[in-house]
Design a protein around this ligand. Structure first.
Ligand code: URA
Length: 236
């Protein structure tokens, strides 16, 4: 049994405030197992109950897991006074309170970003202990040279003396590389390339663990992750 208050369930799943939810229930707009219920505090088992509101049967999800193709110019944050955030881009049918990005991409970085309301899940993905590799495609202002492979493999020491973990560097074509890192220090990739004298012109995250950025997900688009995709993240 997974008992929860009726008003809490409706408010979280339909993204309606608790006070409005209570009013809706009082007005007899909600059915539980086919019967109108007017008590917002009713405890129901979310695993077995059938809740209807506005003719819609609610399929309860404790948490939501969203994959986004982050566009340029948008902040990796839940909210900001003046600038647009990735959570602002979540469409109403996926939106709920408590959403936040799993880790951060710089404002000018594009690509795979997860958004969720599940703190434990986010911790598992971000924690360096889990060793989940993030893959980035990088457009540089120069070409990578042979000696850089070893430098990245050994672990770059950033300008402030911070030692990075071993990173996997691959040359894709002239001025373009793919890099895999298993940690997420501030501006890490830009700073790593800075150490070897290269500037980053474009940065795109193309994979998280074994989960690739879907090719049919356009810039700024998002959708729910499937269960299989969720597992791919941990399949490094
Ligand atoms: N490294 C960076 O420098 N920026 C990002 O957005 C992600 C990794």
């Amino acid at each position: 049994m997974n008992l929860k208050r009726l008003d809490k369930i409706i408010s979280s799943q339909f993204n309606i405030s608790r006070s409005i939810t209570k009013a809706i229930i009082h007005r007899g707009k909600v059915k539980v197992d086919g019967q109108v219920v007017r008590d917002p505090s009713l405890q129901v088992d979310v695993d077995s109950v059938c809740i209807e509101y506005k003719g819609q049967v609610l399929s309860y999800k404790e948490h939501i897991y969203i994959i986004m193709n982050k566009p340029k110019g948008v902040l990796s944050a839940s909210e900001d006074k003046s600038r647009e955030t990735v959570v602002d881009l979540v469409p109403p049918e996926l939106f709920r309170q408590g959403l936040f990005p799993v880790g951060r991409l710089d404002r000018d970085t594009t690509g795979l970003l997860l958004i969720t309301d599940d703190g434990d899940f986010a911790h598992m993905v971000i924690s360096p202990k889990k060793n989940i590799f993030k893959t980035y495609k990088v457009l540089l202002d120069g070409d990578i040279t042979e000696d850089m492979f070893e430098q990245f493999e050994k672990g770059i020491v950033l300008a402030d003396g911070t030692k990075c973990r071993s990173a996997k560097l691959k040359r894709v074509c002239e001025n373009t590389a793919e890099i895999k890192i298993s940690e997420g220090k501030y501006h890490q990739i830009k700073r790593m390339f800075g150490v070897v004298g290269l500037g980053v012109n474009e940065l795109e995250r193309v994979a998280l663990g074994g989960l690739k950025l879907p090719i049919n997900l356009g810039a700024g688009e998002c959708r729910e992750l499937t269960e299989a995709e969720k597992n791919q993240i941990f399949d490094n």
